[in-house]
Design a protein around this ligand. Structure first.
Ligand code: PBG
Length: 344
């Protein structure tokens, strides 16, 4: 090392009070009571939406391999979980079906079946637990034999035909009792088409949560195992999901979906996209939600299982981050665990 570059150690020329002008932010951090007084954001059970997976059958649950602690549930068990969620004060569930492979086809026509798995679950849950909100996913991917969110023709996901199918499926979901339909396929014009279709069928009071900014992401992996699209999907979803390098384009998607009639918007995935959440809330000031997706859940669980992080603390910190970023609520697989912790 060059000795001439060594820095001489001398007494500081200014005291800390001179440097900070007597401002010391640590004063309010000194005790639990003062930290609680100045806490800016709060996470409550009212912020939670619990995504659950459905399978056919009775009294059966299968753990999702990449999501320890998360299960695919038959409708009867989903009803039990809905009862538990309501007792915990969780406002709403979001349901995702793992559809029998024999019922999947090129156009996802099973979405039109009034008695498909998702609609049967909605009916059963709303009958047993009318006080809990049910949000249904309005995309074709659980129903298509290729795992894409749209109708596939000659290697292309066709937009307008998909929109018609999604809108018709949304009407069936509303008829089954869904309180909110959540079109997640990122086709152009889907929100307006779903709104028109719902209104024409007399479902003016059914709300739309737009997956307005859904990014092409590697964080959906475990979800695809959960609903059984993993082995089916060839290629990627880049021709319809947003490029994860883009933020302006995300704002244009939100603006368009709000113009078309979305009641609430969602950013997905969550934690890697906090900048999008903050920007969306600042620019549009509408009910804004994040989906803490399967890969985010899996990362926290895997690190915790290895003893590398404190899983419970990381879970709570990640959810507070969404609140700080401007979220009104979060779809999270952690919902029941968080609700229990918050209840004390
Ligand atoms: C597709 C859909 C996805 C998720 C929910 N609905 C993404 C995908 O499979 O491409 C992901 C949810 C998660 O990862 O937890 N309509």
């Amino acid at each position: 090392m060059d000795s001439k570059r060594r820095i001489a150690i001398s007494t500081p020329s200014r005291s800390v009070d001179e440097i900070t002008g007597s401002r010391r932010l640590r004063r309010m951090r000194k005790a639990d009571w003062s930290r609680r007084l100045v806490q800016e954001n709060h996470l409550t059970v009212n912020d939670l939406i619990w995504p659950i997976f459905l399978i056919d059958g009775e009294n059966r649950r299968e753990e999702v391999a990449a999501m320890p602690g998360v299960f695919r549930l038959t409708v009867d068990l989903a009803v039990k979980e809905a009862e538990r969620a309501a007792a915990l004060g969780i406002p709403a569930l979001a349901t995702f079906p793992n559809v029998n492979l024999a019922l999947r086809d090129l156009t996802g026509s099973e979405i039109l079946n009034p008695d498909n798995l998702i609609n049967r679950a909605t009916r059963a849950i709303k009958q047993a637990v009318p006080e809990i909100g049910v949000i249904t996913d309005g995309a074709l991917d659980p129903f298509t034999s290729h795992g894409h969110d749209g109708i596939l023709r000659d290697g292309i996901i066709v937009n307008d035909e998909t929109v018609e199918q999604v809108a018709a499926g949304a009407v069936q979901q509303a008829a089954a009792g869904a309180d909110i339909v959540a079109p997640s396929d990122m086709m152009d014009g889907r929100i307006g088409a779903v709104r028109d279709a719902l209104d024409a069928a007399g479902f003016q009071d059914v709300a739309i949560m737009s997956y307005a900014t859904k990014f092409a992401s590697a964080f959906y992996g475990p979800y695809r195992e959960a609903i059984g699209t993993q082995g089916l999907l060839k290629g990627d979803k880049k021709t319809y999901y947003l490029d994860h390098a883009n933020s302006d384009e995300a704002m244009r998607e939100i603006e368009q979906d709000l113009d078309e009639g979305a009641d609430m918007i969602m950013v997905k995935p969550g934690l890697p996209y906090l900048d999008i959440i903050r920007r969306a809330k600042d620019e549009f000031a509408v009910p804004t939600f994040a989906y803490q997706v399967s890969g985010e859940y899996a990362m926290i669980e895997a690190a915790a299982a290895n003893g590398w992080i404190d899983g419970e603390k990381a879970m709570m910190e990640s959810l507070m981050a969404f609140k700080r970023a401007g979220c009104d609520g979060i779809l999270t697989y952690f919902a029941p665990r968080v609700a229990e912790i918050l209840r004390g």
